[in-house]
Design a protein around this ligand. Structure first.
Ligand SMILES: *Cc1c(COP(=O)(O)O)cnc(C)c1O
Length: 373
């Protein structure tokens, strides 16, 4: 049996390092509710992301639901978004009583096609919720000017883009708010976790209340909040992982460069374009296969890798607009590029300590599919 390789592998601090980080929790017995580790992680992340306000959450999905709630978008309002994303993005809109309106994506980087947004605006549109998918940054300038022209809020699903900068500015700073996920599979993680970054201090304060039952003190509860707080053990994991983040990113960069050198220029193999002025985080390595020119389709490549115990992922397939739970509500054909890409794309295993031999073996298997037809 060949060594099993999964699509991702959580980065972990040294065991001793984590134990040292959580030691004081045994003395303080303060293990959640804005404790010392939570406050320290908040401070470190503010500096790292260079953002004026950050609110930490128990996971990214609740961060997204909470920021939508905090903005008080009108019930039944329409939110322009893309179906080429993880379930969370679309579910957060629907679970908030809003209607997703799906905009197509660009072939160059799979982010929302900003040229199609205005054609989808109606008198019910209240917000745009684009995704920096795979860490590829959306056209934030165009989206901002559309939002200003039509008085729309912009919430970025920045779950994939922790550490990415555009013209030196981190993706925490675009739109009205940005949501990050610190799930174990992400470039930076707190086991489970998430955050919302925003410029508006009032919004950040409100998020602080509604993630903790709307409570503002022993005898004051101004909001109808839920519970979405990050605990101290999560925060401690984040503090440790932040120390090693630059190593994590440079390890991923090395694997990515190997993939690019082995796969680029191959007939029918489509890689993402590297946009100018962007520092990447190497969160994912998506490859699209054009069956006519490559000689094999995505599913054939997926199966060939699986036969060798290598877990690539059909990420994102199917489109969220094609989920069973939304049967009859949306038309996946209305976003033809997203639909086409979802049938052709595969994300390859990517993590800092994936060895070069393994990256080469993965490329060999992929390239062998070509000749097998
Ligand atoms: C991971 C992810 C989320 C949800 O984050 P969790 O921390 O897992 O709740 C949302 N959107 C996208 C695009 C994601 O990849």
């Amino acid at each position: 049996m060949e060594k099993k390789i999964l699509v991702t592998r959580s980065s972990m601090p040294g065991f001793e390092e984590y134990c040292e980080e959580i030691r004081e929790l045994w003395d303080s017995r303060w293990i959640t509710n804005n404790g010392a580790k939570h406050r320290l992680l908040e401070q470190r992340l503010k500096e790292y992301l260079n953002t004026p306000n950050i609110t930490l959450f128990t996971n990214g999905h609740l961060a997204l639901e909470n920021v939508i709630e905090a903005m008080e978008l009108p019930k039944g309002g329409e939110v322009i978004t893309t179906p080429f994303t993880f379930a969370s993005t679309t579910h957060a809109i629907v679970r908030s009583g809003l209607t997703p309106v799906f905009c197509d994506i660009k072939r160059s980087d799979y982010t929302i096609d900003e040229n199609l947004i205005e054609g989808l605006i109606t008198d019910k549109t209240c917000a745009i919720l684009p995704v920096h998918v795979y860490g590829n940054i959306c056209n934030v300038e165009a989206i901002q000017s559309i939002a200003e022209r039509h008085s729309l809020r912009v919430i970025y699903d920045a779950a994939h883009s922790f550490g990415v900068t555009y013209r030196g500015v981190s993706t925490a700073n675009f739109g009205d708010a940005s949501m990050f996920s610190f799930h174990a599979t992400k470039v930076f993680h707190t086991i489970e976790g998430g955050a919302v970054c925003c410029r508006d201090e009032k919004l950040a304060k409100k998020l602080g209340y509604i993630k903790n039952f709307g409570i503002d003190g022993p005898e004051s509860t101004p909001y109808i909040g839920g519970n979405a707080k990050m605990n101290e053990f999560q925060a401690a994991m984040g503090i440790c992982n932040l120390r090693r983040l630059s190593d994590e990113i440079s390890g991923r960069k090395a694997v990515t460069e190997r993939y690019i050198s082995r796969l680029s220029g191959g007939n029918g193999i489509i890689l993402c374009h590297d946009p100018p002025f962007v520092n990447k985080n190497y969160a994912y390595f998506p490859v699209a296969f054009e069956p006519e020119s490559f000689g094999a389709d995505r599913n054939r490549v997926f199966d060939a890798l699986a036969e060798h115990n290598i877990g690539a992922r059909k990420y994102f397939y199917p489109l969220t607009s094609a989920f069973e739970c939304y049967t009859g509500q949306f038309a996946p054909e209305s976003t033809p590029v997203a639909l086409d890409v979802s049938r052709k794309v595969l994300t390859l295993p990517l993590y800092a300590d994936l060895g070069m031999e393994d990256a080469d073996r993965i490329c060999d298997i992929i390239l062998s599919c070509k000749s097998s037809i």
